[in-house]
Each structure stands twice: as structure tokens, then as C-alpha cells.
Design a protein around this ligand. Structure first.
Ligand SMILES: Cc1cc2nc3c(=O)[nH]c(=O)nc-3n(C[C@H](O)[C@H](O)[C@H](O)COP(=O)(O)OP(=O)(O)OC[C@H]3O[C@@H](n4cnc5c(N)ncnc54)[C@H](O)[C@@H]3O)c2cc1C
Length: 380
């Protein structure tokens, strides 16, 4: 049975960010195996995230926007990003960039296999794929198991679910300088539903119908909603040049408690998805950096990841949306109504001071959050 120092189960965002950092850092000459049935050669997703300053991903950033629009049925607000920019990276550019770097390192292998089981024996980790078995000193597991959060009822589990169409229109309709961050002017139908638009030119954009709710919709319902939105924009005829879809867990379930001495769960599988928004790119960027430093200094993965006060704030929002899913439009409109997006970005990035936290939270409907606070006080 072949032995590696590190095995990555799954070559997703978190694995590729971590192994890229290990490769360029130069401190990791031990053998590394990445296992994924997918070759990572498809443009299967678009990542956006807000950023203040440079990142190591700037070379592959497809588009940057300096502001955006927030809307509900009563108003449309220009969001002031301050020093932040909204960055977009195409999946294919990220995969190609990372895989090109990994090819330069003879200690790193990538095999197309499906992992079916793994176990920490205490001395090492046994990893089984459909065709082979391996051992390793440390396993970094990037495979999300939806059964884990769903098999408990202490923490609500919502999904950020969406279908997006990349379209080209015959006539100019989009403002290429202004993405639509959240547009709640559409029928809410008892849920938190909004449109999200990433414009590339006046005639080209990705338009997504997104919900933060428990249950997915039939595919047609997302598509009708996009069609209706485009009709209201008076796009005229348009061509669909690409589609994307997702269902991202939004939960405070403590995934990291499943870490063992030799197995760390990373990415969505490790709780790296921001529970209140479904955004994962920024957390994966930060946490992959922490993890690589951790690997150089520590041996026991049960010490990786700590719960912070933002975990509790996220729990309050999810508790409200779980009980009263229709309140999302009110909550997000209250937060964004003055257009000061930069303080909200800082808060969502978990980089705000406690006073700044209060500033953001106090914009939200107080009654809802006070009740949620008392319902969840035992989790503090
Ligand atoms: C279409 C889409 C758009 C998104 N847009 C954004 C965005 O704009 N901003 C943002 O912050 N987040 C976004 N997200 C959420 C999140 O960033 C992504 O889902 C992100 O890719 C999650 O990263 P990950 O590391 O958890 O794993 P993933 O990137 O999901 O990768 C998991 C990997 O595991 C592999 N795998 C699965 N099962 C096995 C198995 N049995 N054996 C081996 N390998 C296996 C898969 O093939 C895959 O390569 C989006 C998600 C989707 C789906």
C-alpha cells in the first residue's frame, strides 16, 4: 500500500488553496497526494468575494467592481464599498493556475479516483478509493457530507440555493460598473429570495435567482423567476451562454468537532462556509493560510479552528430565518438601507471591533434579534 505524508481527499477550493500555499512556501518537501474523480478542467463555478487590498489571486481575477446596488420593493441603494472591491474569479482560471503550479513540484501527485472511506488509526490514516488503498500521516478531507449537519437538530441547516444564467442580450440593459448584490424587489413567496447580477458589459451578465431557505425548488421555478426578471428589465431576446447552480449549506453545525489528531476537515466540510451568507472563498483564503502555518508547527488537528463570537451572531440570523424565512428581505434591507457596505463587509469578514459589531447589529430589526438571543443564550 502506497504511503504519503499528506493526502487531500477532494481537490476543491480549500484543498487547492492549501496545497498551492504549501507548494509556493517551499517548506513542504514530503509526499502529497490529491485524490478527486474530477480533473478540475471545467468552469463549474464563479467565485466572488470582497477584498480590501491585494491578494495572491489577483493574477487570475477576472473582474473587479468598486460598488454595487442593493434593492428591495421600496428603494434602490448604491452601496459604498469604501476601500473594498468586489472581485470575481472564474473556476477554470483558479483550477488552471493552481494545477500549473503543482505540476512544477515532483512531490505532489494528483489522481482521478473516488474516495469511499477513510479512518484515523491513531498512528496513521487509511484512505480507500474505489480502486486503491493508501496510508498517510495526515489527511485533509475536503469532501462535504450533508448527512452530518442534517443528522442533528440543535443547529438549523438552511441552504443558499440558486440557478444562474450567463446571458448575452441584443440590447444594452446592464450597468457594467454595478453588480446587483441583492435585489429583494421580487416576490418573496414566504422565503428569503433575491436576484444577484454580475454584469460584464451592457449586454452580458450572470443573473442568478437565489434563496436562503431550507428546501430546494423544482428547477423550473428558478428558471421562470430569471425569465420574469429579464422581462422586467426589458432585455428583449437573449442567448444563454452558460449556467451555474449551487446549494451551499448555511449552518452553525460545528464541523471541526469531527477533526481527529490526523484528520482535518477543510472547506465546506470543515465549516469554512460563512454560515450567515454561504460565502466560502474569503474564509478558505484565510483559513488555508492558517492551516499551512499550523502544519509547520503543530501535529494534532483537534487543536485547529476555534469558535468565535461571529459564530453566535450567525446562529442568531439562522435561527430567525429558520423560523421566519420571510424576514430575510426586512433584515438585509435594514442592514444595507444606508448603503454603508464597507462596515458590513468588515463585520462579515469577522474583522470588526465589538463596538463595530454593535453598529451593524443595531441596524437590524431589534425584536427579532433579541428573541433569538434569548432562545440561543445557552450556546454562548
Ligand atoms: C456555482 C457556485 C458558485 C459559488 N459562488 C461563490 C461565490 O461567489 N463566493 C463564495 O465565497 N462562495 C461561492 N460558492 C460557495 C463555495 O465557495 C464553493 O462551493 C466552494 O467551491 C466550496 O469549496 P470546498 O473547498 O468546500 O469544496 P469544493 O470546491 O466544492 O470541492 C469539493 C471537491 O471534492 C470532490 N469530491 C466529492 N466527493 C468526492 C469523493 N468521494 N472522492 C474524492 N473527491 C470527491 C469534488 O469533485 C470537488 O472537487 C459557490 C458555489 C457554487 C456551487
Amino acid at each position: 500500500m502506497k504511503h504519503y505524508h499528506y493526502i487531500f481527499a477532494g481537490a476543491g477550493l480549500a484543498s487547492l488553496m492549501t496545497v498551492y500555499r504549501m507548494a509556493v512556501m517551499g517548506n513542504f518537501s514530503n509526499s502529497i497526494l490529491i485524490i478527486d474523480p474530477d480533473t478540475k478542467t471545467n468552469n463549474d463555478r464563479t467565485w466572488c468575494y470582497w477584498q480590501d487590498g491585494n491578494t495572491i489571486w489577483d493574477a487570475i481575477t477576472f473582474r473587479k467592481w468598486k460598488s454595487a446596488i442593493f434593492a428591495d420593493e421600496n428603494k434602490t441603494v448604491d452601496l459604498d464599498f469604501g476601500n473594498y472591491e468586489y472581485n470575481m474569479i472564474r473556476g477554470i482560471d483558479f483550477y488552471s493556475f493552481v494545477l500549473a503550479e503543482l505540476k512544477k513540484h515532483s512531490n505532489i501527485e494528483f489522481v482521478q479516483q473516488k474516495v469511499i472511506d477513510f479512518a484515523d488509526t491513531g498512528l496513521n490514516v487509511l484512505v480507500k478509493t474505489e480502486t486503491e488503498s493508501y496510508t498517510c500521516n495526515k489527511l485533509l478531507n475536503n469532501i462535504y457530507d450533508p448527512v452530518l449537519p442534517k443528522s442533528q437538530n440543535k443547529y438549523p441547516v438552511l441552504q443558499q440555493h440558486f440557478i444562474g444564467w450567463h446571458i448575452k442580450t441584443g440590447q444594452p440593459v446592464f450597468d457594467s460598473e454595478k453588480p446587483v448584490f441583492m435585489d429583494f424587489s421580487i416576490p418573496q413567496k414566504g422565503n428569503t429570495r433575491f436576484m444577484y447580477v454580475l454584469p460584464f458589459s451592457e449586454t452580458e451578465a450572470i443573473v442568478e435567482y437565489t434563496l436562503f431557505s431550507k428546501d430546494l425548488l423544482p428547477e423550473k421555478e428558478y428558471e421562470y423567476a430569471i425569465q420574469e426578471y429579464l422581462e422586467n428589465l426589458n432585455t428583449g431576446s437573449y442567448e444563454i451562454v452558460g449556467t451555474e447552480r449551487g446549494s451551499i449549506p448555511m449552518t452553525c453545525y460545528p464541523f471541526w468537532k469531527n477533526n481527529t489528531k490526523n484528520i482535518v476537515n477543510i472547506g465546506t466540510a470543515g465549516g469554512w462556509t460563512k454560515a450567515s451568507t454561504g460565502y466560502t472563498f474569503k474564509n478558505a483564503d484565510k483559513l488555508s493560510e492558517h492551516l499551512v502555518i499550523f502544519l509547520t508547527r503543530q501535529d494534532d488537528f483537534t487543536a485547529f479552528y476555534k469558535k468565535n463570537r461571529y459564530w453566535f451572531y450567525d446562529l442568531l440570523l439562522l435561527d430567525i430565518l429558520n423560523r421566519k424565512n420571510e424576514k430575510g428581505a426586512l433584515i438585509f434591507s435594514s442592514m444595507f438601507k444606508k448603503g454603508d457596505a464597507s462596515s458590513i463587509f468588515k463585520f462579515l469578514d469577522e474583522e470588526s471591533s465589538f463596538t463595530e459589531d454593535i453598529g451593524v447589529i443595531s441596524k437590524c430589526p431589534k425584536g427579532l434579534f433579541i428573541s433569538a438571543f434569548f432562545r440561543n443564550i445557552t450556546n454562548l
